[in-house]
Ligand binder design. Structure first.
Ligand SMILES: [Zn+2]
Length: 282
């Protein structure tokens, strides 16, 4: 079984997680740039973070046989902080980089006017750079948040077929599917979607354009949720080709829209900017 986790924050995870993910079948990940929990106070801390997503983290993933790409954006939550907004000016030079396969995570957190502005501006950046967009839908007031998101996408230059709407659930899947966008589901240990609800959604709405992710980060989450969904699909009567479509081919096709996806595992480099993962030399 080969698994592509299309949304996971590896910066917040350990090397044990990389080992366990590889053993479970994970061979590729996309790491969206997001909020760190601790608010950033200047655009410069975004830039160091983006550099880590393009440098140290793919280096680290390669040590464990996993291909790593990222998405770059001003996240919805920090779009409300005037100290962070100048990072929008820095995004174009990052969106040119080979490891960047989408603009994201963008979207709504609290549905404020500042979030409207940042979402619209970053959808335009995606269109200008020939990149798809990863759009986070709010965890509260989900259906209203989805509808407002779809309105802003419809007003943008980016076609819905180049948008992945993430954190969907039973209340939002139908309208999201009708929009023509790609459908992302984050499967968590004890909130939001679980693997059994996910299987029920797949039975009702089909497998086309559906992506499943762990969205594992610094909070309560599990980087093996993708594998648990695959196992639950098989137990529910789906075939191995169905699992491969949802857990591999769909994310490959979506992020492949960037023209930048490289799935052969990188040869692990010995050092990244003079550092290895070993302490005290070999
Ligand atoms: Zn996320």
């Amino acid at each position: 079984m080969r698994i592509f986790d299309p949304h996971i924050h590896m910066t917040s995870r350990t090397t044990d997680d990389y080992r366990a993910m590889y053993a479970a079948g994970v061979r590729a990940v996309v790491e969206p740039s997001f909020w760190l929990g601790q608010p950033r106070t200047s655009p410069e801390s975004f830039l160091d973070y983006f550099d880590a997503l393009l440098g140290f983290e793919p280096f680290r993933a390669a040590q464990y046989g996993i291909a790593h790409h990222c998405t770059i954006a001003l996240n919805p939550k920090e779009a409300n902080d005037p100290r962070c907004l100048p990072v929008l000016e820095e995004l174009p030079r990052y969106l040119l980089k080979d490891g960047v396969v989408a603009v994201g995570e963008i979207g709504y957190d609290s549905m404020t006017p500042a979030e409207d502005t940042a979402l619209a501006a970053q959808l335009e950046l995606a269109a200008e750079h020939g990149l798809p967009a990863l759009v986070h839908t709010p965890h509260r007031d989900k259906l209203a948040g989805l509808r407002r998101t779809l309105d802003v996408v419809a007003e943008s230059q980016l076609p819905a077929g180049r948008v992945l709407l993430d954190h969907l659930n039973e209340t939002t899947v139908k309208e999201a599917k009708d929009s023509g966008a790609w459908l992302g589901f984050s499967v968590y240990p004890d909130t939001k979607m679980d693997e059994h609800r996910m299987v029920a959604v797949l039975k009702e709405y089909g497998l086309d354009r559906v992506l499943v992710n762990s969205a594992a980060d610094w909070g309560n989450s599990d980087p093996l949720k993708t594998r648990q969904v695959a196992d639950a699909m098989l137990a529910a009567g789906f075939g191995e080709d169905d699992v491969d479509q949802v857990l591999w081919r769909n994310p490959v096709t979506f992020y492949g829209l960037s023209g930048r996806l490289v799935l052969e595992p990188a040869k692990p480099a010995a050092l990244h900017e003079g550092n290895s993962l070993l302490r005290g030399g070999e």
